[in-house]
Design a protein around this ligand. Structure first.
Ligand SMILES: Cc1cc2nc3c(=O)[nH]c(=O)nc-3n(C[C@H](O)[C@H](O)[C@H](O)COP(=O)(O)OP(=O)(O)OC[C@H]3O[C@@H](n4cnc5c(N)ncnc54)[C@H](O)[C@@H]3O)c2cc1C
Length: 507
């Protein structure tokens, strides 16, 4: 211990599944002096903070879980939010992470010490923590976004954001308005519609809805999952393939396979035809952009909600929020007791990923670097000039695969890099500018394959676009992402050791 000049070898920011996944893999590799810092009161990230009615995952749970920690105990093919939160807690216990986790504490700034090759991190408690390496696992969808609608402060009823659900508010018998038709509304609307007096859904851009092959997993199914070898891995593999085709292939190889989104569009149109009775409503609910330009919804009961006599779709646009509700652009006045903002999250905006200032070598500011050079990172992990910083979900990291496959690839990458640094006793690990530029150029070249830059996405209002007009999603299939995570060129990194006099003795 003598002479150690940092508090922890690694600090991981965020205890969602990314933070938990990389922590488990670091531990397995013997890199066990780490601290996980989480601003919320519990682990699970998105599944800790999103507790709105009906919250449920849209990827089969056989795949939406770690490959090394599969479960036969899911209540259904699609786990509920609370089950995923419990799964996160289970992983903390099983993999012995709890003692290395600090909750209710945010990282507020990170500053690289050029002389000592360590990160100085300020905590919301006012304390400072230092680490050799900093891993950000702060997620993309954590900071709720409320739209800038005139009159937002005038409303006299109750308001809430879907990601900060107020469980003290009883919606039974209330007139409720919900703004936004993204993935949250797709579950909230059908869940609350039977109990509220009236529900009005304000839609700016319709969402493509795909059928969801739901099934309860109890009785005989559970017995099979528990006791028949090979069933869980086979279901996982099938779910991963389904995810790869529905998202990754559809969006990243649109130019080569434009037929795939067309097949999905056909399915979406058939579902609309069978599930929405009123022709005008059906037309308003039909997207005019291709499947894949923005996140698709999976639901069997969202569209039929609009057949209910107590549900209205308002698609003319919002003029303003009034003291008693919303005035639509067509002049209709809607009166509400409760107004729900299901308006999503900050994504690629400045100051979201990560949501605190990061000052790298020579005091360079990470957001300023991105503002100037566009959003980029080598394999989505490393940014030149920001040594010893590893991003779990940086620009051009995520290829829209099932998220757990992505986490495991990113963790493999980081473990390989830190393992190498340890072996050669490097205290400084920075990606070379030329290597980063090469990777960024390859991503820009590949984007001609992606759906986003085709005319099919006009009018989609997709949150995948950043402020520069780029879509920092990795145009690659999952086998490639996994392969490169174990084979990226280590020579693309500048790794060296500071003189002993400068950094003291490393543990
Ligand atoms: C409502 C909702 C529904 C979703 N549904 C699906 C779905 O059906 N299928 C799917 O594949 N994906 C879904 N997602 C995406 C989901 O975000 C990912 O699947 C996955 O959970 C992300 O894990 P993560 O650990 O990367 O990020 P997160 O789960 O967002 O975790 C990040 C953590 O970092 C913490 N943090 C952030 N900043 C700081 C700081 N400064 N200091 C300390 N801690 C910090 C946050 O509090 C949070 O706990 C959904 C997301 C949301 C929000």
């Amino acid at each position: 211990m003598t002479g150690q000049i940092f508090d922890h070898e690694v600090v991981i920011v965020g205890a969602g599944f990314s933070g938990i996944g990389v922590a488990i893999k670091l531990d397995e590799a013997g890199i066990n002096d780490f601290l996980i810092v989480e601003s919320a009161s519990g682990a699970g990230g998105a599944w800790h903070s999103n507790t709105y009615p009906g919250v449920v995952v849209d990827v089969p749970s056989f795949a939406y879980s770690f490959s090394f920690e599969q479960s036969s105990e899911w209540s259904g093919v699609y786990a509920k939010g609370a089950e995923l939160k419990a799964y996160a807690e289970h992983c903390l216990d099983k993999y012995n992470l709890r003692s290395r986790l600090v909750l209710n504490t945010a990282i507020t700034t990170a500053e690289f010490d050029d002389e000592l090759h360590i990160w100085r991190l300020t905590l919301s408690t006012g304390r400072e923590v230092t680490s050799r390496f900093l891993i950000t696992a702060t997620g993309a969808l954590t900071q709720p976004k409320t739209p800038d609608i005139p009159g937002a402060d005038d409303f006299r009823g109750v308001t809430m954001h879907s990601a900060r659900w107020n469980h003290d508010v009883d919606l039974a018998g209330k007139r409720v308005g919900i703004i936004g038709t993204g993935a949250s509304t797709v579950t909230i609307a059908p869940t609350i519609a039977p109990t509220v007096e009236h529900l009005t859904v304000f839609q700016r851009t319709p969402i493509w809805i795909m059928p969801k092959p739901e099934a309860k997993l109890d009785g005989p199914q559970r017995t099979v999952l528990r006791h028949v070898p090979g069933v869980l891995p086979a279901l996982r593999a099938a779910s991963n393939v389904l995810g790869e085709v529905s998202y990754t292939l559809t969006t990243n190889y649109y130019r080569q396979l434009p037929i795939v989104p067309k097949v999905y569009e056909r399915i979406g149109r058939l579902q609309l035809l069978h599930q929405v009775r009123d022709k005008q409503t059906r037309k308003a609910l039909t997207p005019k952009y291709a499947v894949g330009c923005k996140r698709v919804g999976f639901s069997n009961d969202y569209l039929p909600t609009f057949n209910r006599p107590n549900v209205t779709l308002e698609a003319s646009g919002i003029e303003r929020i009034t003291p008693t509700g919303i005035r639509a652009k067509d002049g209709t006045e809607h009166h509400f007791d409760v107004l729900i903002f299901a308006t999503g999250f900050k994504t690629f905006e400045s100051g979201n990923m990560p949501p605190f200032p990061v000052l790298g070598a020579g005091g360079a500011d990470l957001e300023a670097f991105w503002d100037e050079h566009r959003y980029q990172a080598y394999y989505g992990v490393s940014v030149p000039g920001f040594p010893n910083l590893l991003l779990m979900n940086g620009p051009y990291a995520y290829n829209l695969t099932v998220y757990f496959q992505f986490i495991e690839s990113q963790a493999r990458y980081i473990v390989r890099l830190l393992g190498t640094a340890r072996r050669i006793k490097a205290t400084f690990v920075d990606v070379k500018r030329e290597a980063n530029d090469r990777y960024f150029a390859s991503m820009l070249a590949r984007r001609r394959n992606q759906i986003y830059f085709s005319d099919s996405c006009n009018g989609s209002n997709s949150y995948f676009f950043d402020q520069h007009g780029d879509v920092p999603i990795r145009a690659a299939l999952t086998p490639e992402v996994h392969w490169t995570s174990g084979h990226f060129n280590l020579k693309d990194y500048d790794m060296h050791t500071a003189p002993k006099s400068a950094v003291g003795v490393n543990r």
